[in-house]
Design a protein around this ligand. Structure first.
Ligand code: CMP
Length: 152
């Protein structure tokens, strides 16, 4: 079982798409184990996007990600890191396949609605950035027996 960090970015919140995006993750059978609305600060942005800080687009990315609240979500599931990345589609909404979240809702490289961790290492680092250990809820879903077999 894996966990991943998902961020519904300021464009998602401002466009009132939180419910639509969350319902896609719920319909897929992914398990929400932590969630909160928060304002990303410039400091948090630099930590989160450390690998992009030196890139030419970083100042624009920081301005965007701090421009309105985001929703941080910890999702749990089998192979959830890859599954969620597949659900998001390509980074650039113009290139994302129809049926993916970005393919269906975004026409932008920067305003691509949702961020998700790209590896186990990133997931751990990013979950630690957004959540304290006591913010994760340990509960089971009564529908799990109808979502997958015991040996999956
Ligand atoms: P995300 O998956 O959150 O990871 C880094 C973010 O930087 C990316 O989504 C986009 O929002 C943004 N991004 C990536 N490449 C570019 C680019 N070339 N120009 C502007 N923004 C970018």
């Amino acid at each position: 079982m894996q966990r991943t960090l998902v961020l519904l970015k300021p464009d998602c919140v401002q466009r009132r798409l939180i419910g639509d995006v969350l319902s896609r993750f719920e319909a897929k059978g992914l398990h929400i184990v932590a969630m909160k609305l928060l304002q990303v600060t410039p400091e948090l942005s630099k930590q989160h996007y450390a690998e992009h800080v030196e890139k030419p687009f970083y100042s624009s990315l920081e301005e965007f990600i701090t421009s309105a609240p985001v929703v941080a979500i910890a999702l749990e599931g089998l192979e959830v890191i890859r599954v969620v990345r597949d659900m998001l589609g390509a980074t650039n909404g113009l290139q994302a396949a129809p049926g993916t979240l970005r393919g269906d809702y975004s026409s932008s490289r920067q305003m691509n609605l949702v961020h998700a961790s790209d590896s186990e290492e990133s997931a751990k680092r990013e979950l630690d950035l957004y959540f304290d250990a006591d913010e994760f809820c340990d509960y089971s879903l009564v529908l799990t027996p109808f979502m997958r077999a015991d040996d999956e």
